[in-house]
Design a protein around this ligand. Structure first.
Ligand code: SF4
Ligand code: SF4
Ligand code: SF4
Length: 243
């Protein structure tokens, strides 16, 4: 039986999620044994138009990127969005809160109006094409990537938690960041990371995106309990969860 052909592509991003794949070390060698990697700019020079699984890192910020993505989608049987930039638009969506000309000028100064720097509001991958599976996080967890690929290879749908980070955080018996007067996005953010940020003394920044049906009432209750407002919460959501 021939091995599934896998191609990895990147759009607007820092490429940190691809780096997490490279960092898998021994595990990546085991995966490479069971798939045929036919294109991966970060790791090889070969290219191919024929693949079964396309893995997409990054967000879409230009018309030409959307067209390229549509072509990739048409060639792939399965398309996976890799990391927050791809799954939810991630930090790239912060710019959607500002006027596009202002953003270009802020980054490139007078050159900002040059045609090759044209850009539009950031889109997550599923705002442009259909996505079959998402691997969340900024960056992704390498072990979760390996789990998703292994599941697909044996014909199983990968497990993606649909409960909040608080569940994992409480299981680790971490003192809640609200007790330190901080706004943590754990109550509405999708779990799967094992709550490393609260455990390390940081609030959850929401990098895995929202759970499918965030318990808004419970979140409001938490805000009330600590004398905070929903606007305070929304402000913290700008980093990873701008629409
Ligand atoms: S999700 Fe984070 S680590 Fe991954 S490419 Fe985007 S910015 Fe980089
Ligand atoms: S620190 Fe954050 S993730 Fe942990 S329990 Fe509190 S709100 Fe939830
Ligand atoms: S705790 Fe929150 S910010 Fe930290 S990795 Fe998990 S989802 Fe991302």
């Amino acid at each position: 039986m021939s091995k599934p052909r896998v191609a990895i592509f990147d759009f607007a991003c820092c490429e940190g999620c691809q780096l997490q794949i490279v960092n898998l070390e021994e595990d990546i060698l085991k995966l490479i044994d069971v798939v045929d990697v036919v294109e991966w700019r970060e790791a090889m020079s070969e290219q191919s138009h024929e693949y079964d699984i396309a893995i997409i890192e990054g967000s879409i910020t230009r018309e030409e990127d959307a067209k390229r993505l549509e072509v990739i989608r048409s060639r792939a049987k399965i398309l996976i969005a890799l990391g927050a930039c791809a799954t939810i638009g991630g930090v790239n969506k912060i710019k959607n809160n500002f006027d596009s000309n202002e953003v270009r000028e802020c980054v490139y100064g007078e050159d900002g109006q040059m045609p090759h720097l044209n850009t539009y509001n950031t889109k997550a991958i599923d705002e442009v094409v259909e996505v079959d599976f998402k691997i969340h996080g900024c960056p992704i967890e390498g072990s979760e990537f390996a789990q998703v690929i292994r599941s697909l290879l044996v014909g199983k749908a990968p497990f993606v938690p649909d409960y909040p980070v608080c569940v994992e955080c409480k299981a680790r018996e971490t003192i809640c960041r609200y007790e330190y007067n901080e706004i943590c996005l754990g109550p509405i953010t999708r779990a799967g990371c094992n709550a490393p940020c609260p455990t390390a003394g940081w609030r959850c920044f929401g990098c895995r995106g929202l759970v499918d049906n965030p318990n808004v009432d419970a979140a409001k209750e938490v805000m009330d309990t600590y004398g905070l407002t929903v606007d305070d919460l929304k402000q913290k959501m700008v980093l990873f969860n701008t629409k």
